[in-house]
Design a protein around this ligand. Structure first.
Ligand code: GDP
Ligand code: GDP
Length: 458
């Protein structure tokens, strides 16, 4: 599970600056969905080998009346969903009434909060920061986000306890996963069996109103479903075990269809963190796109997250009913144009409302899962590598030819291929893409990304 860090504070304290420092901004997902009162930005970051999600909650102007109502909506939800809150204050401006109001609120939460004084560059930081201890949130961490100062130390402190907790939970499974590989990177027979027989965790994700609930209900309506309630907060996804075509699934329902309480407002119904966590937890991600609105930047951001997480992927273009042929053509060419970066994923045109095309979705889901967990032998990987090299030689680099020598499997879900050779780090992207496509074709892998790792030497 990815830890979530929320940045909270009044406007202008430097939240965006810190967000940009921590994340690769091009991956930021801006949530301006209908019904959400404030924009929030989500980004992926990594530190010291650990990945996490950063949320910029947008400014809270506590000087207005009623901080409670101001905070009550998006920021409150962001705080609620986060594992760690970084509360930013401005060391130059000093403590304000708004800071006090926000601190008051945060003290009431059972959350790990770190008080961070920004803009400590070029001032006497210690004396400027002293007054912030009055906020009663413990240590004041001094940083200068604009200069990248103090951030590593802050992250070590803020992230460490969360990662310890999360990794304690996952240590056992990870150990098992590694034990399954023999020295060659091949799975043992039992491990392979277990991999293939596990229930497929399928996350149905997408923006509000694209038809996730309708699709989930359609799927559940067609199957004999045993629903059991998993403990969790109202904002967690619901996990629904089901059987289809004699295969076991766990449907990860981000739309909250199976919730007993009626979900009224969109804020509660749609949560980006919930979606990102569902992606993280799934084997296969089913992204639902609304044919009537076309592909949005948010769809692309969600795809980016799924891709980053290495998830198998199936795309469903919903509301395909009752569209004119020219509209359909326009949508298809838009898909071609904008979805080239996930060309391994199958696209289905469906109507969740009428049930058209829904059955075929599962063929692609199965195919994607089977591809992601396919048995790949070292001998096969090596043979394919040799064939690829024979068909199209790697380029010369500074007069010497790059040479690929040895390949073996490095993992599953997604499939990882490790290639050893000389000067492999000099391989141009075009040749890497060529190899990837060659492996994809030769191994008949569809619906999942393939990761190739290059290592220098034999
Ligand atoms: P936000 O409204 O909280 O997201 O704040 P921004 O990140 O937009 O920053 C507000 C202003 O503070 C900008 O002009 C930044 O350049 C400036 N700023 C941010 N971090 C620092 C810092 O570490 N030192 C100084 N001197 N200025 C900073
Ligand atoms: P969610 O927010 O993604 O769960 O979306 P819903 O399932 O609540 O659907 C939003 C709206 O789109 C509802 O009014 C649905 O009836 C409508 N809708 C869903 N699927 C289809 C479809 O296949 N065709 C048409 N025409 N409308 C649909």
């Amino acid at each position: 599970m990815l830890p979530v860090i929320a940045l909270v504070g009044r406007p202008n304290v430097g939240k965006s600056t810190l967000f940009n420092r921590l994340t690769r901004t091009r991956d930021a997902l801006v949530a301006d969905f209908p019904g959400l009162t404030r924009d929030r930005k989500y980004g992926q970051a990594s530190y010291d080998g650990y990945d996490f999600i950063v949320v910029d909650t947008g400014g809270i102007d506590g000087s207005e009346e009623g901080i409670e109502t101001e905070m009550a909506e998006q920021s409150l939800l962001a705080i609620d969903e986060a594992d760690v809150v970084l509360f930013l204050v401005d060391a130059r401006a000093g403590m304000t009434v708004a800071d006090q109001a926000i601190a008051h609120h945060l003290r009431k939460q059972e959350k790990k909060v770190f008080l961070v004084a920004n803009k400590t560059d070029g001032i006497d930081a210690d004396s400027n920061c002293a007054e912030f201890y009055q906020l009663a949130l413990g240590e004041v961490y001094q940083i200068a986000a604009a200069h990248g100062r103090g951030i590593a130390g802050l992250l070590t402190t803020a992230l460490h306890p969360v990662i310890e907790e999360l990794s304690a939970l996952e240590a056992d499974t990870e150990e098992e996963a590694f034990a399954a590989f023999d020295h060659d990177g091949e799975l043992s027979d039992e491990a392979q069996q277990e991999l293939e027989n596990q229930a497929i965790k399928l996350a149905i994700i997408g923006r509000p109103n694209v038809g996730k609930s309708t699709l989930t209900n359609r799927i559940l309506g067609e199957e004999r479903v045993i629903v059991y309630d998993m403990p969790g907060t109202t904002r967690d996804s619901i996990y629904i075990p089901m059987t289809r075509n004699e295969r076991e699934y766990v449907l990860i329902d981000t739309a909250g269809v199976r919730k007993r309480k009626k979900v009224s407002d969109v804020v509660e119904k749609f949560s980006v963190i919930k979606t990102l966590k569902a992606i993280e937890d799934a084997n296969v991600v089913l992204l639902v796109i609304d044919a009537r609105t076309g592909i949005s930047d948010q769809d692309l951001s969600l795809l980016g997250f799924a891709l980053n997480a290495g998830r198998s992927l199936v795309l469903a273009v919903n509301k395909w009913d009752g569209l004119d042929t020219d509209v359909k053509d326009r949508i298809k060419s838009e898909l071609d144009r904008r979805l080239g970066f996930v060309d391994f994923a199958r696209i289905h045109f469906i109507s969740a409302l009428h049930g058209t095309g829904v059955g075929h979705l599962f063929e692609s889901v199965e195919e994607a899962f089977d591809s992601a967990t396919k048995r790949i032998s070292t001998a096969m990987l090596r043979r394919i590598m040799d064939m690829a090299q024979a068909d199209h030689q790697p380029p010369l680099v500074r007069g010497r030819r790059v040479k690929l020598k040895y390949a073996h499997a490095g993992g599953y879900n997604p499939p990882r291929i490790v290639i050893h050779g000389n000067q492999v780090h000099e391989l141009p992207d075009s040749y890497k893409r060529y190899l990837m496509n060659y492996y994809r074709k030769a191994l008949d892998i569809m619906g999942t990304p393939i990761k190739i790792e290059f290592r220098e030497g034999d």
